[in-house]
Write a protein that binds this ligand. Structure first.
Ligand code: MTE
Ligand code: MOS
Length: 838
């Protein structure tokens, strides 16, 4: 019996092929949802009426003035909703709200003959508001105890006791920013109703089934009355996992009420001001190390900024809690999670889904504590990597931990890390106002949905009489190359050249009850389902061929469109011949495939289990150069070794790794969402609502040298053709850039300077960090180095033998030299009790 991971001879999987729509993408002929508008007739257009308050009650809504605008057809309000006035799965998102929950919240929508008519109509709608007090920042939310959803704790062992006994203890606080998805294609839907009331919605959605469900419940229909199709997305990145539903429902409502096709497409500013983003997080932490720098315990409270409604905030938080270890073994752990409720867009999935935020907490801790421990950061990280046999804090064994170390060693070697560290040191010694930094960071990322039920998929495969193949599966294409991989899987399973397999767009009436294309699991799940369908067909064809070839069906082989008996190549049939014979013999030539990920379980209330099928590993080395006058930086070089198992499609995977890395670097460096947090009349307004004010990485921010290597001989048993997921994990390789920036900033100060770096590490933030390091040099021992201070070290009484935190009284000459703070005042660093930093 073959296993899921085994590959036949001459497989299509593993071949370097271009993205199946690459030519269409680059020639502008690929169709996106909104392109369909111009192929239809009598399409109506939607424009939202956005509230100019962070929080307010709608006291009056007068739509009549809009109806006097030429071309306005109708204004959609809560009264028009035949079903449930709710856009979410948590029932906390009124589609047409009477309470405005964030600046830009749409209170109603205008339907016009043209987009311009709809826009003018929206401007004519009169809305009266009673402004209410608002909570905007995480700090405000925490102070007001404004939380939503559950507050899980993940724990192992006794963190309090382990911290008390730890030779070295530090506490700190950290806040990281969110991120705008900035997919090139903004949210779009196009809705039709047919003669029998059947609703058909084309939507740019990562989760067609859930879009279907929300459209149905808003319209008061059953699921079988609504079909959702997604041709492709011009990027989703998690932003179209849950956010498209309400928007599609508004379009569908318009179509039902008008009897005409209705188009909803947000412009960039609407998209940025109305839809959710990556969650910002706040963390307070306390960590303990032994004398060798091994992590002993971590106690932390992490709070995400969920925005106005829950959306996916609970699972995002769960993933953050499950990834706070990143690649490191921490024996005793106690981490509490909370979701802040603020008057902002409802924050949502974004590549990594909380994983990056959790992992950033531990990477920041290690980056801050390494100099305080007097241990080189690369060495501190390496020492703490998981070893085979160890388990995570939620109870999952880290299978293949040896691969993690192997990946690490390979990137050290490929990047020439040791020699380049010397070069960086020499460069820094020779340059006073320009400093370089180099850093290495690992990635371990769990693959599967934490929510076990989502780990299933379906597919529908048709073989036509001429031997051509059409496949359909539940996954959506957002540029990540899923459809390319799925064609390769089908071609492999049927033993056909790739050109014989065509793919039809994702629709809910072909494959029902699908999961979101998310959690990087698209290829694992849908690939498993397609392979299942193809295997069924191939087995039926093998019986037909066996009769012709006079061999046992088990001995029939399908390779490159030819069908032979094992070892009997004198007799050789074409795939079409076998298909033709099968049709004549009335053998079914199509099949539904199904796949469920086995062996996973998760107890969400105890936060324990084995939620992930496996872990993806990677490691990156980055070098940066920082200007001491401005904080401006260059990305000099990045080397990556990443584990995708046996790649299904190497060129696609390379693109995913490069794209993920750059998107992560954007999150950690340039991209900064700013909201008006003043008490002025625009309180709550997103100030960065266009490409002019929201800085995305572009070619100039690519590392000047970027080397990506796929980890070899990496077969992942139990996954389709031995591959591993690739969509999200590479994003977190960008931690290496942030740590390199920290190292460069530190180089402006005395050796062993502890650097606190804001996230995003914009040039401005880097400037303040390096300036703090520099002033440590200038003002001498014990001077405070930044406004938030250094990680404070707390000697929990008797158990503290040696190492000094910077600013602490240094017990020995060696420690003093490391931290560069001889004779610092006691009061600076030695406090009897752990104190949370503010
Ligand atoms: N790559 C491109 N080009 N565009 C995208 O929108 N989304 C990412 C990743 N790579 C995305 C992408 C996210 S958030 C996920 S979860 C995965 O792709 C989803 O696809 P997969 O499961 O097929 O990997
Ligand atoms: Mo990806 S954030 O799981 O859509």
């Amino acid at each position: 019996m073959r296993s899921l991971a085994d590959r036949p001879v001459n497989p299509s999987v593993g071949e370097t092929v271009a993205h199946e729509s690459a030519a269409l993408h680059v020639t502008g002929t690929a169709l996106y949802t909104d392109d369909l508008v111009f192929r239809g007739a009598r399409v109506l257009h939607l424009w939202p009426v956005q509230a100019p308050h962070a929080h307010a009650r709608v006291t009056a809504l007068r739509t009549a003035p809009a109806m006097t605008v030429p071309g306005v057809v109708r204004v959609l309000t809560a009264e028009d909703v035949p079903g449930t006035n709710d856009a979410g799965t948590k029932h906390d998102e009124p589609l047409f709200p009477d309470e405005v929950m964030y600046y830009g919240h749409a209170v109603c929508w205008v339907l016009g003959e043209t987009l311009e008519a709809a826009r003018l109509g929206a401007a004519a709608v009169e809305v009266e508001y009673e402004p209410l007090p608002s909570i905007l920042t995480l700090t405000e939310a925490i102070a007001a105890q404004s939380f939503q959803g559950n507050q899980p704790t993940v724990a192992r062992g006794d963190a309090a006791a382990a911290l008390a006994a730890a030779p070295h203890r530090f506490t700190g606080e950290f806040e990281m920013g969110g991120q705008e998805h900035f997919y090139l294609e903004t949210h779009a839907s196009l809705a039709h109703v047919d003669e029998s009331g059947q609703v058909f919605v084309q939507s740019s959605t990562q989760h067609p089934t859930e879009t279907q469900e929300i459209v149905a419940h808003v319209l008061g229909l059953h699921a079988h009355d609504v079909t959702v199709q997604c041709l492709r997305m011009g990027g989703g990145f998690g932003g179209k996992e849950m956010q498209p539903h309400g928007l599609a429902a508004v379009a569908a409502l318009g179509a039902v009420l008008s009897g005409r096709p209705v188009r909803m497409r947000l412009n960039r500013t609407q998209d940025m001001t109305m839809t959710g983003k990556r969650h910002p997080f706040h963390a307070t932490w306390e960590v303990g190390f032994d004398d060798d720098g091994h992590l002993l315990a971590l106690r932390a409270t992490i709070t995400s900024d969920g925005g106005w409604s829950l959306d996916l905030s609970e699972p995002v938080l769960a993933r953050a809690l499950c990834h706070i270890d990143n690649a490191y073994f921490i024996p005793d752990v106690e981490v509490h999670g909370r979701i802040g409720k603020t008057h902002k867009t409802s924050q949502t999935a974004f590549r990594g889904f909380g994983g990056p935020q959790g992992m950033l907490v531990i990477e920041d801790i290690l980056g801050r504590c390494a100099p305080a421990l007097g241990i080189d950061p690369a060495e501190l990280r390496r020492r703490n990597l998981y070893e085979p046999g160890q388990s995570t804090h939620y109870g999952q064994p880290v299978r293949h931990a040896e691969r993690l170390r192997d990946v690490w060693d390979q990137v050290v070697e490929r990047s020439d890390f040791e020699a380049r560290r010397q070069q960086v040191a020499a460069f820094n010694a020779a340059h006073r106002h320009l400093k370089r930094g180099i850093a290495i960071t690992p990635v371990k990322f769990g693959i599967s949905f934490n929510f076990t039920a989502f780990n299933q998929a379906g597919a529908l495969v048709h073989v036509y009489k001429d031997g051509s193949v059409l496949i359909n599966h539940g996954g959506t294409e957002m540029g990540q190359g899923l459809h390319t991989k799925m064609r390769q899987v089908a071609a492999t399973a049927l033993g056909l050249p790739l050109g014989r397999v065509r793919l039809a767009p994702t629709r809910t009436d072909k494959v029902p009850n699908t999961s979101a294309t998310a959690a990087s699991s698209g290829a694992d799940l849908n690939g498993g389902a397609i392979k299942d369908a193809c295997d069924q067909i191939r087995e039926r064809l093998a019986e037909v061929a066996a009769r012709k070839l006079n061999v046992h069906p088990d001995d029939v082989r399908f390779v490159d469109g030819r069908v032979t008996g094992i070892g009997f190549h004198d007799q050789d049939l074409s795939f079409e011949e076998v298909v033709g014979a099968a049709y004549s013999q009335r053998v079914q030539l199509f099949a539904a495939g199904y796949y469920r990920t086995d062996g996973i379980h998760w107890d969400a209330s105890r936060m324990q289990g084995e939620p992930f099928k496996y872990f993806s590993f990677g490691a990156a080395v980055s070098e940066v150069e920082v200007d001491g006058f401005t904080g401006a930086y260059r990305f000099v070089r990045t080397d990556i070794v990443h584990d995708v198992g046996d790649s299904l499609s190497p060129l696609i995977d390379l693109g995913q790794i490069e794209g993920g890395f750059v998107q992560g670097a954007g999150w950690l460096t340039l991209e900064e969402l700013r909201w008006d947090t003043s008490d002025g009349e625009h309180r709550g307004r997103l100030a960065t609502q266009a490409a002019s004010t929201y800085k995305l990485p572009s070619f100039s921010e690519m590392p000047e040298e970027l080397n990506v290597h796929l980890y070899e001989r990496a077969t992942e048993s139990g996954v389709v053709y031995g591959s591993k997921a690739v969509g999200e994990p590479p994003l977190m390789l960008a931690f290496s850039v942030r740590e390199a920036l920290r190292a460069a900033a530190a180089a402006f100060g005395p050796e062993g300077t502890v650097v606190e770096l804001a996230s995003p590490a914009t040039p401005e933030a880097v400037y303040w960090a390096l300036d703090a390091a520099r002033s440590a040099e200038r003002s001498g021992p014990g001077a405070p180095r930044s406004k938030t201070g250094l990680p404070a070290r707390h000697d929990g009484g008797a158990a503290a033998p040696g190492a000094a935190a910077p600013g602490a009284a240094a017990p020995g000459a060696e420690e003093t030299a490391r931290t560069g703070t001889p004779g610092a005042a006691d009061a600076d660093g030695r406090r009897p009790e752990p104190v949370a930093r503010t």
